[in-house]
Design a protein around this ligand. Structure first.
Ligand SMILES: Cc1cc2nc3c(=O)[nH]c(=O)nc-3n(C[C@H](O)[C@H](O)[C@H](O)COP(=O)(O)O)c2cc1C
Length: 223
């Protein structure tokens, strides 16, 4: 499928057939997430594939009872791994870029300049920005995954309305789920992706008009 066609075909799908998702298609969707770009290549994500019905029902509760979570054949828990922003790990990611020839800087520049500058070193900006940047990276990853899902003939919905560290709601069930899923403290469950063969064919959802959101050179001048 052409990329433009896949983008245009995107709809959030919330009703699924019972058909299983093939391993090949599922792997392609996960691979799309793995290949997503991220800030300094820190890749602060972890994807947990969930097919167990009891766990899907628990996750539906975490998503304020959203039925699609329990009904989808596959749910991917998209986790933000906040430890990826810790200095040693962030440094490791930068060094990999240096070794790959992407960044042409010395170790001294990494240690004395990059990892001390709040513009380049995210953790320098405090926990709120660390969380914001984590969401930013995950959004790119599940954006890629959604396009690949369309390409694989699958329907997907991003479920962000969750009890977790970001919302502070229902911490008892959230902590229980974190433990069930083997997630360390520094890993946050920030989105669920429901995945399966679509059992609905919705019309495109409304979008703001092109010229309302795009300008040429200056806000308000039409492109
Ligand atoms: C970050 C994010 C979180 C979302 N959370 C939910 C959610 O919790 N439940 C839901 O049904 N849809 C959720 N959606 C889907 C949006 O409602 C949907 O993308 C939007 O209405 C546009 O529809 P479309 O995706 O079909 O074009 C979410 C979308 C995004 C990008």
């Amino acid at each position: 499928m052409e990329t433009t066609e896949a983008i245009h075909k995107w709809r959030s799908i919330r009703r699924f057939k019972d058909d299983p998702v093939s391993m090949e298609a599922l792997r392609a969707v996960l691979e799309a997430g793995r290949r997503a770009p991220s800030w300094e290549n820190v890749q602060p994500w972890h994807f947990i594939v969930i097919e167990d019905q009891a766990m899907k029902e628990k996750l539906a509760k975490l998503a304020s009872g959203q039925k699609q979570v329990a009904r989808a054949p596959v749910v991917i828990a998209v986790c933000g791994d906040l430890s990826a922003w810790d200095k040693p790990k962030n440094r490791e990611a930068l060094m990999e870029l240096v070794e790959a020839g992407v960044m042409k800087v010395t170790e001294e520049i990494i240690d004395d300049i990059i990892l001390k500058d709040p513009v380049f070193y995210v953790a320098e900006n405090g926990p709120a920005i660390i969380l914001a940047r984590t969401f930013e990276q995950l959004g790119i990853a599940y954006g890629f995954m959604g396009i690949e899902a369309v390409n694989q003939g699958l329907g997907m919905c991003i479920v962000g309305a969750l009890s977790n560290e970001a919302t502070g709601a229902k911490q008892k069930i959230y902590q229980e789920i974190k433990s069930d899923l083997g997630m360390p403290e520094s890993m946050y469950l920030l989105a669920l992706l429901t995945l399966g063969k679509a059992n609905e064919a919705p019309n495109p959802r409304p979008r703001k008009a092109f010229n309302k959101i795009v300008s040429r050179e200056k806000v308000g001048i039409a492109f």
